[in-house]
Design a protein around this ligand. Structure first.
Ligand code: SAM
Length: 227
């Protein structure tokens, strides 16, 4: 495969199982001139595993605003770059949107490769309708949290949320409060990893389950839409 100059390749990386990367993604990462990484140390593990020695540079939420213009300039001058995050698809609850938008506004080509992302397997194995769903990413931690939850309580499509282990119980309790304790939901944790698990039940049952079993790992919460 030939790499195109003046192109940003957005490349999804595994969310736990190193084997979950496409041949094309490995090819792109091996051949571009520069890989922008959310955390270069985290990505080194993957790059080493696949013998990729392309130069890397940090691109994360704390430097994206001040680095985006220079990166677009370099791309306009002919460079080829790949953007990766710590896990999954860049720009999905991860840095990426700002750079993609700036590239497109400046006439730089963006090619987004298909690959791992946590919400798709969680949604599919929840058993809830997949024809229409809303992806909400992380709920706001403080400001706007209550009003977002009230909006979601009326949502009729399947709802997909990302959550951290130390907030999952609070989120389940608040969802049960606004949506009712009997609303069906599904939690997938540690997807693609050795201790992958999906627990299904009412919001109340899930809260009880994770009160009895200390929440560990990474979580996707899928909630059935309002009937
Ligand atoms: N860009 C990633 C994607 O495409 O899914 C998401 C990055 S976001 C910073 C991290 C969140 O994704 C975690 O808090 C969790 O909600 C979800 N996540 C990532 N990996 C996961 C996994 N292996 N199992 C379950 N959830 C996961």
């Amino acid at each position: 495969m030939e790499i195109q100059s003046s192109t940003l390749y957005v490349v999804p990386t595994p969310i736990g199982n190193l084997a979950d990367i496409t041949h094309r993604s490995i090819d792109v990462l091996s051949k571009v001139e520069l890989i922008l990484c959310e955390d270069t140390r985290v990505s080194q593990k993957l790059l080493k595993h696949y013998n990729i020695d392309t130069p890397t540079k940090s691109y994360h939420m704390h430097n994206e605003h001040r680095t985006v213009d220079r990166l677009v300039e370099q791309l306009q001058q002919g460079m080829s770059m790949a953007l990766i995050s710590d896990a999954g698809t860049p720009a999905i609850s991860d840095p990426g949107f700002l750079l993609v938008r700036a590239c497109l506004q400046s006439g730089v080509k963006v090619t987004s490769l298909p690959g791992p992302t946590a919400f798709v397997p969680a949604l599919v194995q929840s058993g809830f309708p997949t024809d229409r769903f809303v992806f909400e990413g992380f709920l706001p931690h403080k400001k706007g949290r209550k009003s977002r939850l009230s909006q979601l309580a009326e949502e009729t499509k399947t709802i997909v949320l990302y959550e951290s282990p130390h907030r999952i119980l609070k989120t389940l309790a608040q969802c049960a409060q606004v949506m009712g304790p009997d609303r069906q939901a599904s939690i997938s944790r540690e997807l693609t990893k050795a201790f992958e698990e999906t627990v299904r039940g009412t919001l109340e049952e899930l809260e009880a389950h994770f009160t009895a079993h200390t929440p560990k790992g990474e979580f996707v919460l899928v909630i059935q839409g309002k009937n």
